[in-house]
Write a protein that binds this ligand. Structure first.
Ligand SMILES: *Cc1c(COP(=O)(O)O)cnc(C)c1O
Length: 402
């Protein structure tokens, strides 16, 4: 197909970030469509029985069944791999399917995992409940200190698992130090990069082995579909991950893949603008309330580290209003423009109370250990005019006496 450059890795990897996000992975059909085609098909046909046999034994390239391959899904996977700077990528139906597959595909009973304690709620359920149930030991540490990682290593440690910045406490983990330590000890590092995305932070440039995503967040970015992705070496994806995902079936639907492809086209624009808006809103809030945790502001204890590994701080940060749950809920209830929602990465501004929603299941003790107090709120700053957002927060703060 003429000018089908999106599939040529030698060409696509030389493009700059915004170009990759629009053009890499595109695979045109015989109609020469400009926008990626949506292939809503579960199966594929063969010209003859011998072709079917050759497809199945791997002698003939091509697709056999959409749990295994689909053209729209493959376009998305190629695009994310190129943007990440990874050899390969496979998508999944949700971010949690990506995290679960990235961990379980390489672990077995008797192995040990070290994870940072500040993780997305369901990721903590994986480390605290699911993995131990299958005989995989886990140690959960404060991942901000490199010594804690080193001390937690055992002879059977196979994986380091963490997210940075972490949800919702905005803990920042030193990618270079933790990934270097993992490499030196023959441990696989798995980084959940949902908050920053590969536009703002590319963990593989700091030595990460596997990068996993909730593409539901910034990649779709408009609150429409659930999706996930795992990036890694050709060897890891083809030999280790694929056997797991093909046979257990957390496959992304072609329709959702198509929506995320469209989302990626504007990811660069959106995440940079949302990061700027979040800085504006953060600067306003910093003057009005006692404490906010925004990695883009010098008041964040790890501001310098964050800015050394991220191009911008992203759209999400947390704030502490004091006065416990009543005041935090009071602020949410007084908002007129910003929605109460636990989603993030959306182009709409959304706010939630982690202790009673996203991190409710963690239990009070674990919540307090990582800084999720009753007066804490998390905000996802969207693409609205930041002045409108500041005016909404201003009136809501006044209404609760702040
Ligand atoms: C949302 C999220 C997930 C889970 O992704 P889903 O698409 O909701 O399954 C995992 N990690 C982080 C950091 C997230 O924000």
């Amino acid at each position: 197909m003429k000018r089908n450059t999106g599939q040529n890795r030698e060409i696509t990897k030389g493009w700059r970030s915004a170009t990759k996000a629009i053009r890499s992975g595109t695979m045109r059909s015989e109609f020469g469509e400009t926008s990626e085609a949506l292939f809503l098909t579960s199966g594929y046909t063969y010209d003859c029985a011998e072709d079917a046999a050759a497809r199945f034994n791997g002698e003939q390239p091509g697709m056999t069944y959409s749990r295994l391959q689909n053209p729209t899904v493959q376009m998305l996977e190629e695009r994310i791999a190129v943007m990440e700077g990874a050899e390969a990528c496979r998508s999944t139906a949700t971010g949690m399917a990506a995290m679960t597959a990235a961990l379980l595909c390489q672990l077995q009973a008797g192995d040990h995992v070290v994870a940072s304690r500040a993780l997305f709620g369901s990721c903590r359920w994986l480390t605290d409940t699911l993995l131990p149930k299958f005989g995989i030991e886990t140690t959960v540490i404060d991942g901000r200190e490199i010594d804690n990682w080193e001390q937690a290593i055992q002879p059977n440690t196979k994986v380091f698992f963490f997210e940075t910045p972490a949800n919702p406490t905005m803990d920042v983990i030193d990618l270079r130090s933790v990934c270097d330590l993992a490499r030196a000890k023959g441990i696989t590092s798995v980084v959940d990069n949902a908050f920053a995305t590969n536009v703002l932070q590319r963990p593989m440039e700091f030595g990460a082995d596997v990068v996993a995503y909730s593409a539901t967040k910034m990649m779709d970015g408009q609150g429409r579909v659930l999706a996930g992705a795992v990036c890694g070496s050709e060897d890891f994806i083809e030999e280790t991950l694929l056997a797991f995902t093909r046979n257990t079936g957390p496959t992304l639907s072609a329709f959702n893949a198509w929506v995320v492809l469209k989302g990626l086209e504007t990811l660069d624009l959106r995440i940079r603008r949302q990061s700027n808006n979040a800085l504006e809103v953060g600067k306003f809030l910093e003057q009005r309330i006692e404490k906010i945790l925004h990695p883009g502001l010098p008041s964040h204890p790890q501001h310098n580290l964050a800015m050394s590994q991220m191009e911008a701080a992203g759209p999400i940060f947390s704030l502490y209003v004091g006065g416990g749950r009543k005041r935090a809920h009071g602020l949410l209830n007084a908002l007129n423009l910003i929605d109460i929602s636990n989603n993030i990465g959306d182009s709409r501004s959304l706010m939630c109370h982690p202790a009673s929603t996203t991190h409710h299941g963690l239990g009070e003790e674990s919540r307090l250990e990582i800084g999720i107090t009753e007066d804490m709120l998390r905000i996802n700053v969207g693409l609205e005019d930041p002045i409108d957002l500041i005016e909404d927060l201003d009136q809501a703060l006044s209404s609760i006496g702040l």
